[in-house]
Design a protein around this ligand. Sequence first.
Ligand SMILES: [Zn+2]
Length: 141
Amino acid sequence: MPDALWLSPAQLDAIIEHARTHKPLEACGILAGDGDGRVRQVFLMDNAERSPTLYMMDSREQFRVFDEIDREGLELVAIFHSHPHSPAVPSPRDCELAFYPDALYLIVSLMDEQPDCHAYRIVDNQVEEADIVVTDGDDQS
Ligand SMILES: [Zn+2]
């Protein structure tokens, strides 16, 4: 199980931009990849809750995205959401709703001028921080 999230600078920019666009509401999305932790595709999604403190993926959109991930032969790598006004730390509800033990949870905090991103693995309410590697290269050594 890869315990790092590998993203290109452009992918990270797209995620942060999506978060900024939705501020003051939380934004969310899905990152898909090859199963080695390297993100290949970023899905920017709606927050069905339309809330500044909660997110919930729209179930139909989520279904469509998972279907596309399947068809592309990709895997779910991470689920991301933003914290417009708080640090990039999972809330109790984030832990409660972390249904994918194989996925990483990326949180983008927009609390400060400079966005702050952290990734976590959340299994049975146990939170463990994972690395975020921002690179255009494929070299993972
Ligand atoms: Zn959260």
